[in-house]
Design a binder for this molecule. Structure first.
Ligand code: UTP
Length: 409
């Protein structure tokens, strides 16, 4: 794109601030800026003009039933056999969502490269791969792994994996793909400048993972391998059980399009999204959308009826994903602290929120999948999220849970 083209485009869009420092830039920086402007995804304009109502008040929410631990235990051997066979037959692949910026943890670089070890290094990626390797050993197969990164961490992530010999995986079985970026805007809808030659761009949430995987040409690879199920999981749970044969078997046996691992809520106010139904469709309701009455509603056994709290570990049918990939999922507009170019020419992160980011969420795919199996897991064995450095869902709490599960730190 030439300067004249950029100027015409930005004048029409009301975004001329992006060219404010153009004359001060050297040739390379000018090119960077023009390239970035050319690649801006303008769909945020429509999202800002017509924000989706996320309040849930127009929904017809009711509880959903699922598989409790006792029911899983009773049929464990049967489920496991089905799952192991599917993995042996190459029908299951794993997809790691690692495009996030991990701002709450506040470290530079990919969150998965964070060292949670105490006496020796233990990286988050490494710990998760140990769990996956256990499954491979049990099944005598290798579950192919696809890793989603973003422009913010792609180079660092790929070189980290290479440096660590793919944590024992054959290089051919690990493939990386990048998610899309979205611009961040100020409260007047103007795109923020991060540097003189760069608009503020950030990963556009984890909801577009399948579209990005498809755009990267990886669906062909999945079909060639005969994959039918994709187990997506978040980078920040160090107790994540990936391609868990019992879960895989239970999902396949239930003839649903999606399985969702969940912890069973015992505290009505726990801050996790819960599986539910909206009319006849499966859905997820966020903890802040539950009314007091709903949060406290109990069944005849005294259990909370809105109880299956999701932990970002889903098994999706590839065929169904391909069917729904072009459907629009809601874009969440979130206020954030966005790094920006200050008056003195230095880029800083502000003390308080200064603008908005646009994100889609993987949980919003559940509704489109049409059917879901809520699948309870033992919280202490499978859920150790790392969102913060200290306190709740932190490096500290995850370390305690790892120790509890016999992992040497
Ligand atoms: P979070 O919602 O915890 O976001 O991501 P985050 O970016 O990692 O952390 P904060 O909010 O900045 O502190 C849950 C999972 O989704 C992935 C993350 O990498 C993590 O595995 N994710 C999130 C993406 O892959 N892309 C995104 O755009 C956002």
């Amino acid at each position: 794109m030439t300067f004249e083209q950029a100027k015409a485009l930005l004048a029409q869009k009301g975004q001329m601030q992006l060219l404010k420092y153009y004359d001060e830039l050297n040739a390379e920086e000018k090119k960077n800026l023009l390239d970035a402007i050319e690649n801006i995804n303008w769909s945020f304009e429509e999202d800002l003009a017509n924000p989706v109502d996320m309040s849930g008040k127009n929904r017809d929410i009711s509880p959903i039933s699922g598989l409790r631990l006792s029911a899983i235990e009773a049929r464990k051997a049967e489920f496991e056999e089905i799952g192991v066979q599917a993995i042996k037959d190459g029908k299951v692949a794993a997809v790691l969502l690692a495009g996030g910026m991990g701002t709450r943890l506040g470290v530079d670089g990919p969150k998965g490269a964070y060292d949670i070890g105490l006496t020796k290094p233990l990286y988050i990626f490494e710990q998760q791969m140990r769990n996956l390797q256990e499954v491979n050993e049990k099944c005598g197969a290798i579950v192919p792994l696809y890793i989603m990164t973003s422009d913010k961490n792609h180079a660092q992530t790929t070189s980290f994996w290479k440096e660590h010999n793919y944590f024992g995986y054959p290089e051919t079985e690990v493939k990386f793909f990048k998610q899309d970026m979205a611009p961040a805007v100020d409260y007047d809808g103007k795109i923020i400048l991060e540097r003189k030659d760069m608009p503020a761009l950030s990963p556009n949430g984890n909801g577009g993972w399948f579209a990005s995987l498809q755009r990267a040409g990886l669906c062909e690879d999945l079909h060639k391998r005969g994959v039918e199920w994709l187990n997506i999981y978040a980078v920040d749970n160090v107790l994540q059980r990936i391609a868990d044969p019992v879960f895989v078997g239970a999902t396949i046996e239930s003839k649903v399009n999606c399985g969702a691992k969940a912890i069973f809520k015992t505290n009505p106010y726990e801050k996790v999204g819960v599986l539910c139904k909206d009319g006849n469709q499966p859905d997820i309701i966020e903890y802040y959308e539950l009314t007091d009455e709903m949060a406290n509603e109990r069944d005849e056994n005294g259990d909370l009826v809105y109880s299956y709290g999701v932990i970002m570990n889903y098994l999706f049918s590839l065929a169904k994903l391909e069917e729904i990939v072009d459907k629009k999922i809601p874009v969440h507009i979130v206020e954030k602290k966005i790094e920006c170019l200050c008056e003195d020419g230095v880029t800083r992160k502000p003390e308080k929120e200064n603008g908005k980011k646009f994100e889609t969420l993987a949980v919003d795919l559940i509704k489109l999948m049409g059917s879901v199996l809520p699948y309870e897991v033992v919280r202490e064995k499978e859920f150790a999220p790392i969102k913060n450095k200290t306190g709740v869902d932190s490096v500290e709490s995850a370390r305690e849970l790892l120790k509890l599960n016999g992992v040497e730190l």
